[in-house]
Design a protein around this ligand. Structure first.
Ligand code: FAD
Ligand code: SF4
Length: 508
């Protein structure tokens, strides 16, 4: 009996669980570009194009490998518009009554598949270091889930940077070496860019015609769109940027959007690169003396630490995770996130870069756009939708814990032990944005004061009952308490005034 084998747009791996379980000679692979997936949030056009182009090339790769692939393009007249709809249509066409699927990375789609009236076998997605069982065994019974301890388990499990049972270099984490600001005159590597071939060009035309109003520039499009190109991006990163990745991973520069980052998150998330293989190659670069330990360890931690940890949290916490709002924030996301002009250079530069590249690096996401949203009390569901829409690597299993948990503290401290908030001084230390800003980072009050300076204290003051007994925040409250009450009032009034102007849509 013929079976359908579902391959989703972020499951483009030849060794995917559902492909391994299928019979190439008999079964039919189903792949579909559908409106429901392309528009349930207003995705950046570059992200839609990336996924569709990679899907089309992967489908061809499967055909070349002997598979029968039923591929539906977005503009095919018979397109049913959703994944369940496409499965039902293909089942009726082929006479198949059962489907083998690999578990999607989003509860919304898992539930939609489970509701599809077909005999469905959903297999675990095993393209990760930790299985759900591994994560749950580690998490269950712990009072607090901290990435650092989970990461050590992953180091032991993989043997990466381990000498017998001990971490290489005598420490698990070299982060204190990794917080250097960068100077614009440092040598900056260039990420690889690929000229669109015929397949990519066709997808770009389709996306341009179908999603003309979505936030984000579609062209120039230079992403990798198959595994060979993604490998080349990784090789280029290891060769030219890895050695300084550690030192400058938190730095931000207006003129250098990518610094020493790898730009591989989308390729990992779509399935073009394998996380463990990436880490082994980085470890090898360190073994050969090409990169220092702080870079190799810092990079490997992002992948087998943070990436695996946030995935574990997403599935451990269940479908309501993305709706959490522990701080009860309810302000609407202001227009500046969609490109409305602002005098705050850190925000305008990060949003401009997001618009043009569908990319911002971690510290821009966490300490600029995320920090501002948290300080201003923006509804985390709207912040979550924004991040899910605008980045080329945004898939809910990885985006939601980073946004709702790490960045917005909306899960009440499950992912982060304290809120990632800062005044303007952090941004000033780690970037060159403040020198070009309409506001002054040195001013703490008054109309020229950096809004981050005002909002920082406003945040701490309005959430005092929630945070005053958090030992990691005691110092901040002591500093606030030492201020004259007139100064405190001036700060809080300045913050309220700023927020009212922003809510009214006035330029800020
Ligand atoms: C609010 C917010 C939202 C985010 N949303 C996403 C998202 O939708 N998709 C996504 O892949 N990452 C997300 N991240 C994590 C991180 O910002 C990106 O993975 C990283 O910027 C991708 O760029 P890069 O490949 O150049 O990464 P590098 O800085 O070169 O890091 C190497 C790799 O480590 C992994 N990594 C690093 N940090 C994290 C992290 N916190 N969580 C998971 N993996 C990590 C990525 O796979 C990345 O490719 C988010 C972070 C924040 C603060
Ligand atoms: S002064 Fe404040 S608003 Fe301006 S760039 Fe610096 S941190 Fe951002």
């Amino acid at each position: 009996m013929v079976k359908l084998v579902l391959v989703l747009g972020d499951q483009l791996t030849p060794t995917l669980a559902s492909l391994r379980a299928a019979d190439k000679a008999n079964d039919r692979v189903v792949m579909a570009e559908v409106t429901s997936e392309a528009s349930y949030v207003p995705h950046h056009p570059k992200k839609i194009a990336l996924v569709f182009a990679c899907m089309r090339k992967f489908a061809q790769q499967l055909r070349d490998d002997g598979w029968t692939v039923d591929y539906t393009r977005l503009d095919d007249p018979d397109n049913a518009g959703s994944i369940p709809g496409e499965l039902l249509r293909r089942a009726s066409d082929s006479g198949a009554s059962s489907v083998i699927a690999t578990r999607p990375g989003e509860w919304r789609l898992i539930e939609a598949l489970e509701d599809t009236p077909l005999d469905l076998d959903i297999l675990e997605d095993d393209r990760f270091v930790a299985s759900h069982a591994d994560f749950n065994a580690w998490a269950d019974g712990r009072k607090q889930l901290r990435m650092e301890y989970f990461y050590r388990e992953m180091r032991r499990k993989t043997g990466l940077l381990m000498e017998d049972d001990e971490p290489t270099g005598g420490k698990w984490n070299f982060d204190q070496d990794n917080r250097k600001p960068a100077k614009p005159d440092l040598f900056m590597p260039s990420p690889l860019n690929f000229e669109p071939d015929e397949t990519v060009q066709e997808v770009l035309d389709l996306v341009e015609a179908t999603f003309p109003d979505n936030f984000g520039e579609l062209r120039h499009f230079g992403f990798a769109t198959d595994a060979t190109e993604a490998e080349a991006v990784l090789d280029n990163f290891i060769e030219t940027a890895l050695p300084q990745f550690g030192d400058y991973q938190d730095a931000m520069l207006s003129g250098h959007r990518f610094l020493y980052h790898a730009l591989i998150s989308a390729y990992l998330n779509i399935g073009l690169l394998d996380p463990l293989d990436v880490c082994r190659r980085v470890e090898k670069a360190w073994q050969k003396g090409h990169a220092p330990l702080n870079s190799a360890e810092g990079f490997i931690r992002q992948i087998i630490g943070w990436r695996e940890f946030v995935r574990g949290i997403y599935f451990h916490e269940g479908p309501d995770y993305a709706n959490r709002n522990w701080l009860e924030h309810d302000r609407a996301l202001p227009g500046l996130y969609w490109g409305q002009k602002t005098g705050m250079t850190c925000l305008s530069k990060t949003v401009e870069q997001t618009n043009e590249e569908a990319y911002a690096h971690h510290i821009q996401r966490l300490m600029v756009t995320g920090n501002f949203a948290l300080l201003a009390g923006i509804d985390p569901a709207q912040v979550h939708e924004w991040y899910l829409s605008v980045y080329f690597d945004a898939f809910e299993w990885v985006e939601a814990p980073n946004t709702v948990g790490m960045s917005q503290f909306a899960d009440g401290g499950l992912v982060a032990s304290k809120p990632y908030v800062s005044s303007g001084s952090y941004i000033d230390r780690m970037s060159d944005y403040c020198s070009e800003c309409s506001y002054s980072v040195k001013e703490k009050t008054g109309k020229d004061a950096c809004p981050f300076n005002l909002l920082y204290w406003h945040f701490l003051s309005r959430h005092r009952s929630r945070f005053s007994d958090n030992p990691r925040m005691a110092m901040m409250y002591r500093t606030w308490d030492k201020m004259e009450s007139d100064r405190q009032d001036e700060i809080l009034t300045g913050a309220e005034d700023f927020l009212s102007r922003m809510d009214a849509g006035d330029p800020v």
